[in-house]
Design a binder for this molecule. Structure first.
Ligand code: EPU
Length: 431
């Protein structure tokens, strides 16, 4: 397993280009299964999860061409199988996004039930109950979810999510796009990625209204066609680089981003003392204000509130703020795996239930630490960038799932970071 070696203490300065949103590209790629015509997606980030999603489409029988690194042309004209196997689902939970489109277009789908993961149990019961509302028969067979539409086609219905679910909303939107009649989703997720997917689906011929609000109406259509679409900027990568500028006391110009998707994050970081200037609609200039960082409490909540995907990075920042901050995680029950590692670097953090109390400011020192999930890895990189001495982060494959060329991007603005290849693994592969 590859590691990162980081020598901290260097202010980051320069320009950073933000990539396309992983969590938008994943459902948009799944949506290509809804038609036999070609769907072209631009600005697909070159990260591990997207490579896995592409493999899933190809395993199902779709053709995926990449005329340019970040452009995917998908044609799902000859789908051979309707199954996402355990091998893929266990490496990436977003494979469950194949369920909705397969069920809608072919009336059948089989997707391995994802187990728990590093951030919580993460069931998909709400997706399955919604499919049942649309008339699907759903059963669990040897660890696989097997779903079918008895008359070959789903039927529009009222779906009310008891909890806001992002991929659940996406799955139902895709399923309902080809259903007979009208579907209304109540308590829908309002994330920008939902709006992006709805925009693509509408370009493909779907009739969806209200995406971005908590009520989404979908008038089912008989069939959908090809389309061309550019994926939105990754708001979590943007947030991570804002913190990188602030935590290293540097100054970064963050380009090709969409600040309108980061309202709660920008507001909270400004409160904490980060200078964030909007140079234009897609560029931010970030630095740390002269009075330094102040501790500010935060609670994660579904969009438009502070995202759980920024909680770990915010915690690293709060170790550098004066005072005590309370960070409450309300989305996932086990998303504090980074705390133990930050403590190894000298952070003063206490956990009480779903709340972490951070006392700052502490001088972090380099240590050997372990990444546990994607966003936890990002928080450890941030902590290492401001720590004195060397930090060696193990299991960085987590970060490769969602941050495009993070080492190259950080080095280009002055970070002392290098990837140490696992030569044992390479030898095994070469054999
Ligand atoms: N939940 C259920 N039952 C369900 C679905 C969800 O109980 O059927 C619960 C979850 O366990 C969780 C809450 O509802 O407690 C919200 O989960 P949600 O379904 O919204 O999460 P998700 O769709 O699985 C997406 C992102 C995550 C992000 C969350 C929350 C993708 C591919 N993943 O996951 O991204 O944290 O929404 O915003 O869009 C990441 O990128 O690092 C990441 C984990």
């Amino acid at each position: 397993m590859d590691k990162f070696l980081i020598r901290g203490g260097k202010p980051l300065r320069g320009k950073i280009e933000i990539s396309g949103a992983k969590n938008s590209a994943l459902p948009c790629l799944a949506a290509t299964l809804l038609t036999g015509e070609t769907v072209t997606l631009h600005n697909v980030p070159y990260v591990k999860d997207l490579i896995t999603q592409r493999r899933l489409l190809e395993d199902l029988g779709a053709t995926v061409l990449t005329p340019e690194l970040r452009t995917h042309k998908v044609t799902a004209a000859n789908i051979q199988t309707f199954e996402a196997p355990y091998e893929l689902v266990k490496t990436m939970r977003a494979s469950v996004l194949a369920l909705g489109p397969l069920l809608a277009r072919f009336g059948q789908a089989k997707v391995s039930l994802p187990g728990g993961c590093a951030i919580g149990t993460r069931p998909i019961d709400l997706h399955l109950r919604a499919f049942e509302k649309l008339g699907a028969e759903v059963s669990l067979e040897s660890g696989d979810v097997v779903a079918s539409a008895p008359k070959g086609r789903l039927i529009g219905a009222d779906v009310s999510f008891e909890k806001v679910t992002v991929t659940g909303t996406e799955n139902v939107m895709m399923a309902a796009a080809l259903a007979k009649g009208k579907t209304t989703i109540h308590n829908a997720a309002r994330e920008p990625e939902i709006e992006d997917l709805a925009e693509l689906l509408n370009k493909m011929g779907a009739r969806i209204k209200g995406a971005g609000t908590d009520v989404i109406e979908i008038e089912g259509v008989e069939q959908m066609g090809g389309a061309e679409h550019t994926i939105i900027a990754d708001r979590i990568e943007t947030g991570t680089f804002i913190v990188a500028a602030a935590i290293t006391n540097g100054e970064l110009e963050i380009k090709s981003c969409q600040p309108e998707h980061l309202g709660a994050v920008i507001e909270k970081l400004r409160e904490a003392g980060v200078d964030i200037e909007e140079l234009n609609q897609s560029t931010l200039l970030v630095s740390c204000c002269a009075r330094g960082l102040q501790a500010k409490d935060v609670t994660t909540d579904p969009h438009p509130f502070f995202p759980t995907d920024m909680q770990a990075q915010y915690m690293s920042l709060m170790t550098q703020a004066e005072g005590e901050s309370s960070i409450m995680e309300t989305i996932f029950e086990n998303r504090f795996m980074h705390v133990g590692e930050l403590q190894r670097m000298g952070a003063k953090i206490e956990i009480s239930g779903n709340t972490a109390l951070v006392s700052g400011k502490t001088n972090l020192t380099g240590a050997r630490i372990l990444a546990s999930d994607l966003r936890a890895s990002a928080s450890l990189v941030l902590a290492a960038l401001c720590a004195s001495g060397e930090t060696l982060i193990d299991r960085v494959y987590h970060i490769d799932r969602g941050y495009e060329t993070i080492v190259r991007k950080l080095r280009s603005v002055g970070a002392d970071i290098e990837r140490i290849k696992d030569t044992m693994a390479m030898t095994a592969e070469e054999k």
